[in-house]
Design a protein around this ligand. Structure first.
Ligand code: SF4
Ligand code: SF4
Length: 319
């Protein structure tokens, strides 16, 4: 064992995380988080989760991360930036930044695996660990806050100092105690209301409170059925996702940490017309989107979105 001291271990892990390009990393003890659980329950009870029924299940795991990793002593929370500039073309479908790059699940998981390997080298013995990237029942924004790497804003998204909210989160649950005093971060929003004022569908119903069933990201990504006429109208020119409540956030406009080099924008996706999308065959869809987050959505939903955007773009032309 090279260095079992939990305090210096934190420092060594931070250095490795910086080398791998993470914008922030922090450590949290897996203590009970009743307020965060209440927030998830309230979303479900008030039917603000739309068809995201996965939020109604696995509550025991959310409440107790030891069900994901028996003997867990530390939750490492890490953020990586995808804050790159995008110039959208007027009259073309808009695609959220997260979907213009390769699928972050694979990139973030690979980097967390590298970080875990480096940690095992440091301590000189195998560590029991569980890596999570977005798809595990873990209160990930909450753990990021407890670990002191960011604060959730009025748009419900985590903002990381110097990096903003265009970040992906990942976690390593570890069977080892790591001491590191988390920073106490201020509430960054203050009197700003820009995200609430600029959400085109009124999905941000109060500061820090979202009705997902009205959110363009939910409608274009999560909703599986066909749109109602009202929903089709609501998505405007967004083909996949929506970044409006992030674009207007001053913390993203001022972020000094830019996108990790692993994320390169697929510029050609910004030149796709609705006609191009509607003409895709199964094989051309696979060729164009394999390895992209858009591939997860599937061709049927992508065409559903494109049909709605096509109608909305026509209406916009006549205004
Ligand atoms: S992603 Fe778009 S629709 Fe959803 S809350 Fe933000 S601005 Fe509103
Ligand atoms: S736009 Fe303003 S209110 Fe919204 S998250 Fe950013 S700082 Fe907070």
């Amino acid at each position: 064992m090279i260095d079992p001291n939990p305090s210096t271990l934190a420092l060594q892990i931070r250095k490795e995380a910086a080398r791998l390009g993470f914008a922030a990393i922090g450590f949290a003890a897996p203590t009970p988080q009743p307020l965060a659980l209440q927030r998830v329950n309230a979303m479900v009870d008030e039917h603000r989760n739309g068809e995201m029924h996965y939020l109604e299940t696995n509550m025991a795991e959310r409440a107790n991360p030891a069900l994901l990793l028996p003997g867990v002593q530390t939750i490492i929370s890490a953020a990586i930036s995808y804050n790159y500039p995008v110039e959208y073309r007027k009259g073309f479908p808009q695609i959220s930044r997260y979907a213009l790059i390769e699928d972050y699940h694979r990139v973030v998981r690979t980097k967390l695996e590298e970080l875990l390997a480096a940690m095992q080298q440091i301590v000189g013995e195998p560590l029991a660990a569980f890596i999570a990237v977005d798809s595990s029942p873990l209160l990930e924004k909450n753990w990021a806050e407890v670990a002191g790497i960011g604060k959730t804003g009025k748009n419900t998204l985590l903002k990381v100092p110097s990096a903003g909210s265009y970040i992906f989160l990942g976690e390593i649950l570890l069977d080892r105690e790591i001491h590191s005093t988390p920073l106490t971060l201020p509430n960054y929003c203050g009197s700003c209301q820009a995200c609430l004022e600029n959400c085109p569908t009124g999905a941000l119903i109060a500061p820090g409170k979202i009705d997902a069933s009205k959110c363009i990201s939910y409608l274009t990504i999560e909703l599986k059925r066909d749109f109602t006429p009202e929903e089709a109208n609501m998505i405007g020119d967004w083909l996949i996702g929506c970044d409006l409540c992030q674009e207007v956030c001053p913390y993203n406009q001022q972020a000094s940490i830019s996108a990790n080099a692993a994320f390169t924008i697929h510029q050609e996706l910004l030149n796709l017309s609705t006609e191009d999308i509607l003409n895709l065959t199964k094989s051309s869809f696979r060729k164009l989107f394999y390895g992209s987050p858009i591939f997860r959505i599937g061709l049927r939903r992508l065409k559903r979105n494109a049909r709605a955007v096509e109608e909305n773009l026509k209406k916009m032309e006549t205004i």
